[in-house]
Design a protein around this ligand. Sequence first.
Ligand SMILES: [Zn+2]
Length: 568
Amino acid sequence: MAYDLVIKNGVLIDGSGLPRYRADVGVKNGRIASIGRIRENAREIIDADGRVVAPGFIDGHTHMDAQVFWDPLGTCSSWHGVTTVVMGNCGFTLAPCSEKDKALVVRNLERAEDISGAAMAAGITWSWTTFPEFLDAVDALPKGINYAGYVGHCALRSHIMGERAFEQAASEDDLVLMERELREAMCAGAIGFTTTRSPIHETPDGRPVASRLATWDEIRRLVGVMGELNAGIFELAGEAVGREAPDSAAFREYHVRLRDLAVETGRPITFGNFSRLEARTVWPRYMALLDETAAAGGRMFAQVHSRGLNVMLSFKTQLPFDNLPAWKPFRALPLEEQQRQLRDPAVRRRLVEGAHEQPDRKALGTEARPFPYEWIFVYDTVQGPHRTVAEVARERGIDPAAAMIELALEKDLDRFFVHPVANEMQDDVLEMMKHPRAVVTFSDSGAHVSQIVDSSLQTHLLSHWVRERQVFTLEDAVRMLTLVPATHWGFADRGLVREGFMADLIVFDPDTIAPEMPEVAHDLPAGARRLVQRARGIAATVVHGEVLLRDGKHTGALPGRLLRGPLA
Ligand SMILES: [Zn+2]
């Protein structure tokens, strides 16, 4: 056979941003072998007539560190055309850490990233202590898509310092040991180092996670290791000073620290940047910092999302009222019993009354808002328009909490509400995506599995911003999801359809590609719950020349790999 796979008759959008053209793509030994009019035979042929052929999407911000052990397909990301993910973000990794200390790192993921502890206990076979051993474990796993991993500061710190990591600054001895461990991780194939300095990242007992005890000097020493090696990306969940005091000297001082670190180490620094309703002047300053850093001789890029960061609310999953005294015992009842009792007006009255107590802002994942019902939307379709609960309540002349109950009952409690906790204003979202130093990524896939479904950010970009709003060409949008992240994360032979490049490809219908409605699934180890969201319009997903998914269904192939960093 001349080829292992030929994708015929498709329209090629090659990831570069250049205009589309009709071409067949021939694949051999996992790589793209030929582009043009292919007449030779092949072991497998995909007819892509009327469809677009593009590089598989690359997501630079996931938390699949635990999920990779039980879900080789990397769902929900792979359902949305993603063929390569980066894990280990925000300082949270499962290594370095010995099995006896695993509670120290597992609890971080459980609390800060909402990954089920039961699922992790049942789904992970712990076979490592060091980060190189962890990479070997991931390497040996069956995988549908490709995974690259950072080494996380929380694990690194607690591995070296034990319980002291949660209490104190590192000593010189600690620092030397951390530097050595980080160097070894980089040489084994970590693609960088991550940390969190975010005040929302706490342990289950309400203490700061380990990396938050680090001084800035500790950060400089560790990122400095990557500087010496001339390799690796530094990702961080940043300090909140801007949100708290956007005009303060402290916020400027934080930016100067980031800029100077990028300049002094020469390593790229990256972080998520989101618009927040309460502090809309903050995100443009981070964008300005990217340009300022470049002008000073450093590298820095922002990770942005294609829509609001949405918490999904429903009786079947979570509500903002769940921890209120009047609601807590009620919500502990089986769902059918809740539904039965909700038909009783007395019960409803009591719950509505109880909802007037401070609704649980933490459950909403947000700070104080003037009136959250204005920001809770009825979510019956993905594309909207979505009415607010406040609007429905006014129309019906009832309390908004009563409206939420009524709306849910009308659908036998099978109704979602959506609450954006960031990126509320879509004009801001668009402007951020257009910034030349921004990368559209940050699905957070693998984390927040019962709250948020952001794994659909890629299909949302194509359905909403390209097809409905027509603010990007399909060529531009594909480039934003392929060549741009491939370049930033250093995947040198991915992100383009070119001869010699890895054959990570997707075939999709540009007229129908879109996210489907989210659903509740109990498919995690130990039966733990998560929200899942599939996509429509993707005919085939190819990884290393093997068809992984056809119309969203797994073919049985597991062609994914661990992608080691540049020093391995
Ligand atoms: Zn993260």
